[in-house]
Write a protein that binds this ligand. Structure first.
Ligand code: ADP
Length: 243
């Protein structure tokens, strides 16, 4: 599970996250949807322990900067951060060993799934942008994390990888993992989400459970909220804060 409690993050005078609270349960997929600059990456980076912030974040019941939390977390950053001089296969081995995991075949399965197995001897610096993104996803999943946060994961992916990734979302949920996906590409999560938080100007403009919008597509909901035509719901925050 993932618990974000009253998180505020400022960059100088810019308030990127303003008193954000939400909870994602085991076996649940939460989506952060919002335009560029809404604050999605900032909250993801706060969760991943990359930024200082005011408030509290718990990953599986542990403070986000604790070793237990880091062990439980898989993080796919917005921009892949790979090693130029490690091969594809060495990346997987490096991450696996860092988490002290035995080689149970998961690394190879992931690489095959994302069509990187035949590229396993290529160096990080030799990979195309899409290949880098796919390897970044594989690296984040190889230790079988209980909580997985994806920051704009579809950017640069080819259709095969997008299909695989959508299946991965469902498999993680079925396995009881906690999943948080930040994106501005609405259709990429249309089939996958359980709860959506629509973010604008550092705050949640609205939160909806899947069952609440059965008749409405996520895209319709997004434009209703962000273009302010739904005065009854815009600006509220029914997000289970502090659960
Ligand atoms: P999103 O991921 O939704 O596009 P971000 O979290 O990247 O939004 O950005 C939220 C706000 O914080 C924006 O106004 C952005 O300009 C600002 N911001 C993001 N990163 C930095 C930074 N390193 N320094 C200063 N301002 C930043």
């Amino acid at each position: 599970m993932l618990k974000i409690n009253h998180v505020t993050k400022k960059y100088g005078k810019t308030v990127a996250n303003r008193d954000i609270s939400f909870f994602v349960d085991d076996g649940q997929i939460a989506v952060l949807l919002g335009p560029n600059g809404a604050g999605k990456s900032t909250i993801i980076k706060c969760i991943a322990g990359l930024l200082r912030f005011d408030g509290d974040i718990e990953i599986n019941g542990n403070p986000n900067k604790s070793m237990e939390a880091k062990r439980a977390l898989g993080y796919i950053p917005e921009l892949p951060a790979l090693y130029d001089l490690l091969t594809v296969e060495e990346h997987m081995e490096f991450v696996r060993r860092a988490y002290r995991m035995e080689d149970d075949g998961t690394a190879q399965q992931l690489l095959e799934r994302f069509e990187l197995w035949d590229k396993r001897d290529k160096l990080g610096k030799e990979l195309s942008k899409g290949m880098q993104q796919k390897l970044s996803i594989c690296c984040a999943l190889v230790h079988k994390p209980k909580v997985v946060i994806f920051d704009e994961p579809m950017v640069g992916l080819d259709p095969h990888a997008i299909k695989q990734l959508k299946e991965v979302f469902g498999e993680l949920r079925d396995a009881g993992a906690t999943v948080l996906i930040s994106t501005h590409m609405i259709d990429s999560v249309e089939d996958s989400w359980d709860v959506v938080h629509i973010m604008m100007n550092g705050s949640f403009a609205a939160t909806r459970q899947k069952g609440e919008v059965a008749e409405q597509s996520l895209e319709d909901l997004f434009f209703t909220i962000t273009e302010g035509t739904d005065a009854a719901h815009s600006g509220e925050q029914k997000d289970g804060a502090g659960e």
